[in-house]
Design a protein around this ligand. Structure first.
Ligand code: UD1
Length: 392
């Protein structure tokens, strides 16, 4: 161990191979950490290992399989309808013990999940340094997204190295008093992931046929906790939009959370142009997104993936922690109120000129090389690589 969690990053003298544990538990973390794992494997002196909390079971396993990854250790904590407190109570005591057994010299966590915060807290108690990938995103509202805004802030209090996807996210961290020497602007690893995977698998033939017949595809995802109380109404608003645009075929891979399934299936299950599917693995999701006229989502990752693929995104939230996409013009907030949803999404699907302007927006989330920069920063931290001159 070279440094206590939370202290500023200082290069340490080079010694033996360093064990870098990537800890995650949900589908989006796996997708965005897979390219980081690959980059760490290529970096001399570093050995990456994966600790899964298993916060999600089937969805995590499917995400890892796309990248040919298997966890080295798995805490397997998921239970049906788990509460946030249940998860916290299971992950915190187990993660630290496991990190110690794995001989972790550093742990890398991602973003804003309960897994990220709990593993960070546990590593802090063990004195293991934490690197935070996708650090510094802020919506400015603790209730939205809930509990993610709190998770990423709490993680940032304890992390020693922070990998901010954009200059704006770095500025958020410096405003909160973080040591500038440990905060690196890397780009978003979602861009690395989507570029690697899009094009690997062709668009499913049934969707290709619709495009060939002159139809449009719209990808929908909706699962956020803070939207659950109004999700049935949101789904009915989406049904109204689908009635208004019979040329659009909506594809909604429904999250496995039973609360989400119960909210959306009654409103959307019987519409001819609304396809409710099981969750899609990333190899099938990436070409679907790339072929879509619009993404409609309350997720975080799809906002970046849309920007990276040049596909407009209507965001089913009132605020976003990804303001760069709003400024660039590829994102539009549609809120979670049924009236606004009908107006914004209906308006966009009826305005081809506006969709085309959004498609032409610049991608503010990076150049697809974020993971290599993160691996190099980790190596630099251990005195195993130079610090690139262009790091802020
Ligand atoms: C979590 C993350 C959220 C992320 C999302 C991606 C937190 C606080 N939230 O939210 O940021 O966008 O994952 O999916 O960490 N389930 C299954 N099988 C699975 C996965 C989930 O059955 O493979 C069911 C379980 O009943 C589980 C429920 O879904 O209890 C909720 O999953 P959980 O990971 O607790 O929360 P999410 O709302 O998915």
């Amino acid at each position: 161990m070279t440094q206590m969690t939370g202290s500023p990053a200082q290069p340490a003298p080079q010694n033996s191979e360093k064990r870098i544990v990537l800890a995650f538990g949900t589908r989006p973390e796996a997708t965005k950490m897979a390219p980081v794992y690959a980059a760490l494997s290529r970096q001399p002196g570093l050995t990456p290992l994966i600790l899964s909390t298993g916060q999600q079971r089937q969805m995590l396993d499917e995400a890892l399989a796309v990248f040919g990854l298997t966890p080295d250790e798995d805490l397997n904590v998921m239970t049906d309808r788990q509460t946030l407190a249940d998860l916290t109570g299971r992950i915190v005591p187990q993660a630290g013990r496991k990190l110690r057994e794995m001989g972790a010299d550093m742990v890398l966590v991602h973003g804003d999940t309960t897994t990220s915060f709990c593993v960070t807290l546990s590593a802090f108690y063990e004195g293991i340094p934490v690197g935070h990938v996708e650090a510094g995103l802020r919506s400015g509202n603790m209730r939205e997204p809930f509990p993610e805004e709190a998770n990423r802030r709490l993680t940032g209090v304890l992390s020693g190295l922070d990998f901010a996807p954009t200059p704006g996210s770095r500025a958020n961290l410096l405003r909160e008093g973080k040591d500038p020497g440990g905060v690196f602007v890397t780009g978003q690893t979602a861009v690395d992931a989507v570029r690697e995977v899009a094009g690997r698998v062709p668009l499913r033939p049934e969707w290709r046929e619709r495009l060939d017949a002159g139809g449009r595809l719209v990808t929908v995802t909706m699962h956020r906790r803070e939207n659950l109380p109004v999700m049935a109404e949101m789904a009915r608003a989406l049904a109204d939009v689908a009635y208004a645009y019979p040329d659009c075929h909506f594809v909604y891979p429904v999250h496995l959370n039973p609360a989400v399934q119960e909210a959306v299936r009654p409103a959307l299950g019987d519409l001819p142009n609304f396809e409710l599917t099981d969750p899609l693995d990333y190899a099938n999701m990436a070409p679907l997104m790339a072929a879509s006229a619009l993404l409609v989502t309350d997720s975080g990752g799809l906002q970046e993936e849309g920007a990276a693929l040049g596909v407009p995104v209507a965001v089913l939230r009132n605020v976003t922690e990804r303001p760069e996409g709003l400024e660039a013009g590829v994102l539009r907030l549609a809120g979670n109120d049924p009236g606004t949803i009908r107006e914004v999404i209906g308006g966009l699907l009826g305005d081809e000129a506006e969709l085309s302007r959004m498609r032409a927006a610049r991608n503010p989330y990076g150049d697809g090389q974020a993971s290599g920069r993160i691996a190099q920063a980790v190596a630099w931290h251990f005195g195993l690589a130079e610090k690139p001159a262009d790091w802020q």
